[in-house]
Design a protein around this ligand. Structure first.
Ligand SMILES: CCC/C=C/C(=O)SCCNC(=O)CCNC(=O)[C@H](O)C(C)(C)COP(=O)([O-])OP(=O)([O-])OC[C@H]1O[C@@H](n2cnc3c(N)ncnc32)[C@H](O)[C@@H]1OP(=O)([O-])[O-]
Ligand SMILES: NC(=O)C1=CN([C@@H]2O[C@H](COP(=O)(O)OP(=O)(O)OC[C@H]3O[C@@H](n4cnc5c(N)ncnc54)[C@H](OP(=O)(O)O)[C@@H]3O)[C@@H](O)[C@H]2O)C=CC1
Length: 288
């Protein structure tokens, strides 16, 4: 979604100046690794963490997008390691995590935000299209989780993982591949929350509903018009709504929270169709 869209997320200036929900030293000196931090929700999370005193490591595939986020962080006086990487590449993910430890000597939180999908009827998925979404959203997320956990285990320090997923519980017509991947991440997270509790690692998820970001550009104009009507608030959420949930889980407020999924969706989990492809006649036909 472009910044000129009526539903566009806050501008860079908003990310820097919007009033903080949390006190400004909440994450002071902590190190946060955010994937997909070059745009949308990841950018909002990274900038908010920097405003809360954290030092950042950011990754994504496109260096120019990451640099733009890094500029904002540096402008705030923050410290940031910029590391282009695809989360699909397990070896490169391993090197990324090694660089984070080398640079900062610690990692406190991993925010697995990188991901995406394309709208298509599931019956038409190609093998390559299915694999692209599963390899990114499920397997790529896992590479990052495992590398982080190994780092904390090897250094004998605590850590927390926050995985950005989505609202899967009533299905997601038009994006079945991402629904499958995110369901996998949620139950992976609940399981390793148990296995990694002895390592003092908390593992949680945040499930956003329809949030106004550049990522929405992959959907048709009709879908973008319809999505804000798919929740009780009748609007898009903002990237900072998700950043606030991440901060809740990362900060002292999250100290007794693990294996949880925090839903930030304006109530879409209880009401509202979320079709991202034309609705079949069987269900009342095309969206208005
Ligand atoms: C639901 C509402 C709430 C959620 C909202 C959000 O999450 S929004 C925020 C999230 N942000 C986003 O969602 C951002 C956009 N999404 C992405 O960038 C996804 O991460 C990605 C998996 C498509 C990228 O995978 P990649 O880097 O590998 O990209 P690639 O281009 O190389 O494609 C690989 C293959 O996938 C297939 N295929 C791709 N597109 C289509 C299509 N339209 N049609 C059909 N098929 C399509 C095709 O097979 C293609 O190969 P081909 O045939 O071209 O050789
Ligand atoms: N906006 C919404 O309504 C919702 C979004 N989500 C999820 O939230 C997350 C952020 O989405 P949003 O900000 O909206 O969309 P964006 O498309 O703006 O953000 C996705 C980010 O992921 C990065 N990314 C994609 N593939 C890879 C990869 N293989 N390795 C590293 N980075 C990658 C992209 O950067 P680059 O292209 O440089 O690699 C991009 O910055 C996504 O996982 C999305 O699916 C979930 C529910 C709703």
């Amino acid at each position: 979604m472009t910044q000129t869209s009526p539903h566009a997320t806050g501008s860079d200036a908003d990310l820097i100046t919007a009033p903080l929900t949390y006190r400004a030293d909440l994450l002071k000196d902590q190190v946060v690794l955010v994937s997909g931090a070059g745009s949308g929700i990841g950018k909002a999370i990274a900038v908010q963490c920097a405003r809360l005193g954290a030092r950042l490591a950011i990754c994504g595939r496109k260096a120019d997008k990451l640099e733009a986020t890094a500029e904002l962080i540096r402008g705030l006086g923050g410290e940031v390691l910029v590391r282009p990487a695809s989360i699909r590449d397990a070896d490169d993910v391993g090197r990324l995590h090694a660089e984070v430890w080398q640079r900062f000597g610690r990692l406190d939180h991993l925010v697995n935000n990188a991901g995406g999908q394309f709208p298509q009827a599931a019956i038409d998925y190609s093998v390559k299209g299915w694999n692209a979404v599963i390899d990114t959203n499920l397997t790529g997320t896992w590479h990052m989780m495992q590398a982080a956990a190994r780092g904390w285990r090897d250094h004998g320090t605590p850590g927390s993982i926050i995985n950005i997923v989505t609202v899967i519980w009533r299905g997601m017509p038009g994006v079945a591949h991402t629904c499958a991947a995110r369901a996998g991440v949620i139950y992976l997270s609940k399981t390793v929350a148990i296995e990694w509790a002895p390592l003092n690692i908390r593992v949680n998820c945040v499930a956003p509903g329809a949030i106004a970001t550049e990522g929405m550009d992959v959907y048709s104009d009709e879908a973008q018009r319809d999505l804000p009507r798919s929740n009780l608030m009748q609007r898009f959420g903002q990237a900072r709504d998700v950043a606030d949930a991440v901060t809740y889980l990362a900060g002292p407020s999250g100290a007794f929270v693990t294996g949880e999924v925090m839903v930030v969706d304006g109530g879409n989990q209880v009401w509202g169709d979320q079709w991202t492809i034309p609705r079949p006649d069987y269900f009342g036909g095309q969206r208005p």
